[in-house]
Design a protein around this ligand. Structure first.
Ligand SMILES: [Fe+2]
Length: 433
């Protein structure tokens, strides 16, 4: 398994890379001669190896600090998993081992050679323009206009951890047939059609979104089967838990305004676990800002890697695997002076899923995976999750509570009673929203 080279600035020392001796890429040698740059070549035993041609290297204290940062980042960078390895019987066992290792140890990975590169890049290219259409056009498909939590959301409306997030976004859903009728439980309204900007307002994007949703449905279904295999289970072990609506979010993270307003915050999106499905797939531009919290309390930078997805476990899959594959806390730090765009795809889970069904699946998992290596045992305990709360009749009901609190403007219109109830209760709750 490869690990991402570090590329970050945490002090005046800028660490450009991290390579074992003998595997140093050519660009490292070039960087070595730039001023104000430290290049550290790290031996297999992690001793820093360098020459003193850069002026910064004369300052031993600075070098020591950089070595310390580098070592931390070496250990804690996210693993890179190559999906092309799954296509050959010769390399598939190694792929499955890497997949299991990544999902057990950190719950996050980079997926490369996944086959959706072209569609992802096309949608990333179209994303900035999507936010530049006239405000009155965006407002026509505002999320407040439907009960399905799809559509446009203005800057500073959504909340995480009770604080406003600094992001503007569009939410889309895969094609689904609404089954809700008057008198049904309200959670059945969560699923429904997506409204799009007319093609003459922003040509081409609707088709690009729908093609992307279709491609991601195929990819995430394949990955779900491979994940089951990696755990030694039948490939179709989790098929019955899939939802019939997957979601897509195109997000713009602008730099914070410097006007002293409530939006003057570094919270692109606050620390949270993904609550709404099985797995999340994030395509990000080159700006960076996504960070992952490891088990020792350190934030790992999910440094952008071209043509990759950052994939993470959501709380639905965590619950099904009895906490063996754990949803990991993450956040986005708002960029300071540029705008970041990302696309998050959420593989859905069945809204009608009950706690009894989850418990049965957990029993199966516990029986088939009885012995965990020691380093996994401490991750085994699932955290509080809306999937596991007995107060709700099914996941759909619990999930609606989450949506009601996150999008209060929508819930005031479409779910007024639940809005009153859940917002009043909020202070007593401990779940992440
Ligand atoms: Fe997330």
């Amino acid at each position: 398994m490869r690990h991402a080279g570090s590329a970050f600035t945490r002090s005046e020392s800028r660490v450009l890379g991290c390579w074992t001796a003998g595997q140093v890429p050519a660009e490292a040698v070039l960087h070595q001669h730039r001023s104000n740059t430290i290049i550290l070549l790290v031996s297999p035993h992690r001793h820093a190896v360098s020459d003193a041609t850069s002026p910064d290297l004369a300052n031993l204290t600075q070098v020591d600090r950089a070595v310390s940062l580098l070592k931390r980042n070496m250990v804690k960078s996210l693993p890179i998993v190559d999906l092309s390895l799954a296509s050959s019987p010769d390399t598939k066992p190694e792929f499955l081992r890497q997949l299991k290792d990544a999902f057990f140890k950190i719950g996050f990975l980079y997926l490369v050679n996944h086959g959706v590169e072209e569609k992802a890049n096309k949608l990333l290219e179209l994303s900035p323009g999507l936010f530049e259409v006239p405000q009155e056009e965006k407002d026509k498909i505002d999320m407040i206009k439907n009960p399905h939590f799809t559509g446009y959301t203005r800057l500073g409306v959504e909340r995480t951890q009770k604080k406003l997030d600094l992001r503007e976004q569009y939410d889309f859903g895969s094609a689904t047939t609404t089954t809700y009728k008057k008198g049904d439980p309200e959670w059945k309204q969560i699923h429904g059609p997506t409204a799009y900007l007319p093609d003459n307002v922003y040509p081409g994007y609707q088709a690009a979104v729908q093609e992307y949703l279709d491609a991601m449905s195929d990819l995430s279904d394949r990955m779900l089967r491979l994940t089951a295999e990696s755990l030694g289970l039948s490939p179709d072990e989790f098929d019955d838990f899939k939802g019939d609506m997957n979601r897509l979010k195109i997000i713009k993270y602008p730099p914070p305004p410097k006007d002293g307003s409530a939006l003057q915050t570094s919270q692109g999106v606050g620390a949270h676990k993904d609550s709404s499905g099985m797995f999340t797939y994030i395509a990000q531009d080159k700006v960076g800002g996504l960070q992952v919290l490891d088990s020792e309390g350190d934030w790992i930078d999910a440094v952008p890697i071209e043509n990759s997805f950052v994939v993470n476990i959501a709380q639905g899959f965590e619950a099904l695997t009895s906490g063996r594959c754990q949803a990991t806390t993450h956040r986005v730090v708002a960029p300071s002076d540029v705008t970041r765009y990302s696309i998050a795809y959420f593989q859905g889970i069945r809204l009608s899923l009950t706690l009894d069904e989850i418990r049965k699946e957990q029993d199966i998992i516990n029986e088939k995976l009885p012995d965990l290596p020691e380093d996994l045992r401490r991750r085994e305990r699932a955290t509080a999750s809306e999937f596991l709360d007995p107060r709700y009749s099914c996941f759909g009901e619990a999930h609606l509570r989450n949506r009601v609190i996150s999008h209060r403007d929508v819930s005031e219109v479409w779910y007024p009673e639940l809005n009153k109830k859940y917002v009043a209760e909020l202070e007593k709750w401990t779940y992440q929203i």
